[in-house]
Ligand binder design. Structure first.
Ligand SMILES: NC(=O)c1ccc[n+]([C@@H]2O[C@H](COP(=O)([O-])OP(=O)(O)OC[C@H]3O[C@@H](n4cnc5c(N)ncnc54)[C@H](OP(=O)(O)O)[C@@H]3O)[C@@H](O)[C@H]2O)c1
Length: 267
């Protein structure tokens, strides 16, 4: 993979402690980018920052932060600015997931998901987007999901927020491209990461039989698309087919599955 551009120096990755975010950070470090790493577990984040700095000889900054707090985006921007850093690549990647119908949802979890996926993600693009636009260069990578390709009862908070991110990325792309700033939407399908509760989703088995991708493959596809200034990338043939089929499946089929699924509550 080739760097975006020789002048671009620093990448900020949210959700950098694990999964796709960790792989984005690792691959950006391999390309020589200094890193600002954000997630909510200070000790693990510090360890990741230390390992990547040592392995790739780049500067890393660990900024532990709960991105579910309403003021997180502003505080993160201020923390980055106070270190004298300017972000060239913003990877808005942090996310969380839970199964369950809306009427059964834990309001605290639902609020955290909406804050991280919708509020903080959008406001990070306000603060850093303003700076990228003023400097007339740089990239934004927004992690959505193939679940953005239709309505998903049973994961409504997750699916609807990822639809929002897909749409937001497309609008932001139009707004920023005239200023020389690229925005790419990364829409992974099932990927073997800690996003899923391993007691509910057999991640290890799914990875072995090839229905879940590796986080490293997803990150690579995301960065290659970013550097080619593509609008959207769905990594992997299977995920592309799933997104296509999901978009074509009539709602009555989904409702039928919902009525028959043994794990869902019945009236
Ligand atoms: N895995 C999949 O099948 C799949 C498919 C489509 C899209 N995606 C998307 O890919 C992105 C990365 O997920 P992943 O699969 O790599 O899962 P993951 O390994 O669980 O990574 C999620 C990251 O988000 C961070 N995060 C969550 N809530 C946070 C909060 N309140 N404050 C700060 N950081 C927070 C986590 O940080 P901590 O270290 O603090 O926990 C973690 O580093 C997510 O947006 C997800 O929706 C994943």
């Amino acid at each position: 993979m080739r760097r975006a551009d020789g002048e671009l120096q620093t990448a900020l990755v949210t959700g950098a402690c694990s999964g796709i975010g960790l792989e984005l950070a690792r691959q950006l470090a391999q390309l020589g980018y200094a890193l600002v790493l954000v997630s909510n577990r200070p000790a693990e984040l510090q360890q990741v920052a230390g390992e990547l700095a040592k392995a790739h000889g780049v500067k890393t900054h660990a900024l532990p932060m709960d991105l579910a707090r309403p003021e997180a985006a502003r505080e993160l921007y201020e923390a980055v600015s106070s270190r004298g850093l300017e972000v060239d690549i913003l990877a808005v990647n942090a996310g969380l997931f839970f199964f369950g119908e809306v009427a059964d949802a834990d309001p605290v979890k639902a609020l955290a998901l909406l804050q991280v996926h919708v509020v903080t993600a959008s406001l990070l693009c306000v603060y850093f987007g303003r700076q990228l636009r003023a400097r007339r260069k740089g990239h934004v990578l927004i992690t959505s999901s193939i679940s953005a390709w239709r309505d998903f009862p049973g994961i409504a908070f997750y699916g609807a927020s990822k639809r929002y991110l897909r749409s937001f990325a497309a609008s932001l792309r139009s707004e920023l491209r005239v200023w020389g700033v690229n925005v790419t939407c990364l829409a992974p399908g099932a990927t073997a990461t800690a996003l899923y509760d391993a007691s509910v989703v057999p991640v290890g088995l799914a990875r072995r039989v090839g229905v879940m991708m590796e986080a490293s493959q997803v990150a690579r596809a995301g960065l290659e698309a970013l550097f080619r200034r593509k609008a959207v990338v769905i990594p992997g043939l299977l995920s592309g087919v799933m997104a296509f089929l999901a978009s074509l499946t009539p709602q009555w089929v989904v409702d039928l599955i919902r009525r028959r699924a043994p794990w869902l509550p019945k009236p």
